[in-house]
Design a protein around this ligand. Structure first.
Ligand code: GDD
Ligand code: MG
Length: 680
């Protein structure tokens, strides 16, 4: 995507409000940029950067009695990488609209191989769980969550948090244009990738085409948002030295936040919610009052505003709804903010009187304000909801709970987990044999110690070794680009990218084709001879690697990285490597070949898997075994890093804290380390 950059930013205490950036191109392709780079004032955001955010983004879809076809259309617009969380307040009973929504979502997930959460806002267990974790302001007198989109949004925030997501975005389900829905999710991702602070918010300014529909409606809507923007800007202006018009999205229903920010804000009931989010940011971090949270004060808060290309067309609900449900609440939250000065208050009162929203001399109604989600006891909430989780999941068996505490399963004894590289470590650097390690490997298996492969090898290659050795533990492929977890391995649920046969895949890297496309230009850029495995036959790969023909074929089946042979003088090789970096790719050297990739690395993958093991076993002790530089990140991520010897009985020059060097080439060293571990 390409958007405008270099737009003005206004600073208010720790808050940076970015002026609206227009989107210039929906898809900027995969072609690598030339050295001259982008034109001034334009920023290109890579597909991989977007994917990276979207994998951590939950899209909350509030729904109340919407047309099912429209609802289905909205689902088709949500990018596959995002987790969908549907919060419904639709009617139940004899005519059960909620059931129908569940069916539509289930069909959609089955066809598209996705998982999602769907919960009714009035779910009895949800109410009980919230009462249990002392988040009662959101509950009505019957102990159920109150009606309202904003209450639905808060449930969405809490569920996204429990899913281990980093961001949450909201998209209404009465949107007629799936392409617009898709675009909002892109904007959220690009907004977070341009924000500097982890406390960030992205707010969307719609572009709409008046000729398309409802000129009357759009005019009125435009007026409502104009009025709210005017008073919020007026309020900011009274606080500073200059007049400002920086806020152009006070009512932005389509918006997203990092969960770190979302959990700190207060929320107004009803449609004043989006305005209140801004007020809450200004109250806490705008510098008008002392900023209590030192971390946020230091990092700041980014409010990024962007303008979309697709038209926004949604269900029309009439003028009364706009004025009474949206304008009055929006102005009310500005009016009742402790920061609002008398001058702004008077203007608001006058405006509402003139519009006959309040009688002359009448009070501006005050909305209920819901405290920050972080005041809820999240651990308790997780515990209380765990039992009912599968009811909210689609498909049921994918119920996932990465951060939910599984306290009951904690054992006192510390569980050991081994992470091991393959080539040159468990497999001999020349013969690829694991024979020397077999006995100790069997003893580890008998002791119930998981053996996690963590290698540059592909999924297909590693499956061969796992089968031969009878290893059924998760494994990390292509240098950390993906983690593969057998479906029934962990007894709790967690987020994953996709299901392949009987495995959950957690993808961290970017797709193979994107890398290949980038690498194509490498030949022209440098003098070194570049050979990619993708362009070699299995026979040729067998020849250069020493692998047998079958294994060479499997080595070519790459999903997230490419093996590259770079030949030339030292200078030529170095220049080729820096070109690879310039193209936005990373590489590691495995001893013979370079693995080119982007996204995941061995360390990141190990850390993620360690978290899952911790949820399963409580405290764990991790051991990492490697032989070369491309194991550094893995070794740095474990409790006990071990380095085996390479050919000539030497250790590679690997620098990691507390590194233990064992004597023995590849599997011999492996075996020694394993026996020591069993003895300890
Ligand atoms: N879960 C839940 N609970 N969802 C609800 C409820 C509720 O009680 N009430 C409404 N919704 C859903 C609707 O089904 C729709 O998907 C979405 O929330 C927005 O409701 P609308 O009634 O369509 O709101 P709007 O179009 O007037 O206003 C929208 O745009 C404004 C301007 O951007 C909303 O997003 C506002 O919040 C926003 O200010
Ligand atoms: Mg609407």
């Amino acid at each position: 995507m390409r958007i405008e950059s270099n737009k003005p930013i206004e600073h208010l205490g720790a808050v940076r409000v970015h002026d609206v950036r227009r989107l210039l191109e929906l898809d900027s392709g995969t072609r690598v940029q030339t050295m001259t780079g982008e034109s001034i004032g334009i920023q290109r955001i890579d597909r991989a950067a977007i994917a990276n955010v979207q994998q951590r983004l939950a899209i909350v879809l509030p729904v109340k009695d919407e047309d099912l076809k429209v609802f289905e259309g909205v689902l088709t617009g949500i990018p596959n990488d995002c987790l969908m969380i549907v919060i419904s307040n639709s009617q139940r009973g004899e005519i059960d609209d909620f059931r129908k929504e569940q069916d539509v979502l289930e069909r959609f997930c089955n066809t598209t191989k996705r998982s999602a959460l769907i919960i009714h806002q009035k779910d009895r267990y949800l109410g009980e769980a919230l009462a249990n974790c002392r988040y009662t302001e959101i509950l009505d007198e019957n102990g159920l969550v109150r009606s309202g989109k904003s209450e639905g949004m808060i449930i969405g925030i809490l569920l996204a948090l429990l899913q281990g997501k980093d961001y949450v975005g909201f998209i209404d389900t009465d949107n007629y244009i799936p392409g617009a829905v898709w675009e909002y999710a892109q904007h959220y991702a690009l907004g977070f990738s341009v924000a500097d602070s982890p406390y960030a918010m992205v707010r969307i300014l719609w572009r709409y085409n008046r000729k398309l529909s409802g000129e009357f409606y759009f005019k009125k809507w435009g007026r409502v948002s104009e009025i709210t923007n005017k008073y919020i800007n007026n309020f900011i202006s009274t606080k500073g030295k200059f007049e400002t018009e920086i806020i152009k999205t006070a009512n932005a229903g389509e918006h997203a936040m990092s969960l770190q920010l979302a959990t700190k804000l207060t929320y107004a009931t009803g449609y004043g919610v989006e305005t209140q989010e801004l007020m809450s940011i200004f109250e806490q971090f705008g510098g008008f009052l002392p900023i209590e949270d030192e971390v946020v004060a230091e990092k700041g808060v980014d409010i990024v505003q962007t303008e979309t290309i697709n038209p926004h067309m949604h269900e029309e609900r009439g003028e009364d709804h706009l004025i009474q449900d949206m304008l009055v609440p929006s102005l009310s939250v500005i009016y009742h903010s402790p920061l609002c000065q008398e001058t702004t208050k008077q203007l608001i009162t006058k405006h509402l009187e003139e519009m006959d929203c309040i009688g002359s001399g009448g009070e501006v109604p005050r909305l209920r304000i819901i405290p920050p989600p972080q005041t809820a006891d999240i651990q308790k909430l997780a515990g209380a909801l765990e039992e009912h989780l599968s009811d909210y999941y689609i498909p049921k068996e994918s119920a996932m709970l990465p951060r939910w505490p599984i306290t009951s399963r904690k054992t006192r004894q510390v569980k050991k987990v081994i992470f091991t590289d393959l080539d040159g470590t468990l497999l001999h650097p020349v013969s690829y044999s694991y024979a020397a390690a077999l006995d100790s490997l069997r003893s580890l298996q008998q002791a119930g110690i998981p053996i996690i492969f963590c290698s540059a090898k592909t999924m297909a290659e590693q499956q061969v070794y796992r089968q031969e050795l009878g290893i059924q533990d998760p494994f990390i492929v292509e240098n950390g680009a993906a983690i593969i977890v057998p479906k029934d391995y962990f007894r709790f649920s967690f987020s994953f990218s996709k299901i392949v046969d009987d495995d959950f895949l957690i993808e961290l890297g970017i797709p193979y084709q994107v890398i290949m496309n980038k690498l194509e230009s490498l030949h022209d850029r440098c003098e070194a001879k570049i050979t990619t495995f993708g362009n070699l036959t299995a026979e040729e790969v067998a020849k250069v690697t020493g692998l047998n023909l079958m294994m060479a074929g499997l080595a070519k089946q790459r999903d997230y990285s490419e093996t590259v042979i770079i030949e030339g003088t030292k200078r030529q090789i170095e220049s080729a490597l820096s070109s690879i970096n310039e193209m936005g790719l990373k590489y590691t050297f495995g001893g013979k070949f370079y693995e080119v990739y982007d996204g995941g690395d061995k360390g990141r993958a190990v850390k993620l898997l360690v978290e899952l093991f911790k949820l399963s076993f409580g405290d764990i002790y991790t051991i990492g075994l490697g032989d070369s530089l491309n194991d550094v990140e893995m070794l740095a991520a474990v409790d006990l890093p071990v380095l085996v010897q390479t050919v000539n009985n030497r250790w590679n020059n690997v620098k990691v804290k507390n590194l233990k060097r064992v004597i023995g080439v590849g599997p011999e060293g492996w075996s020694k380390a394993a026996s020591e571990l069993l003895g300890s």
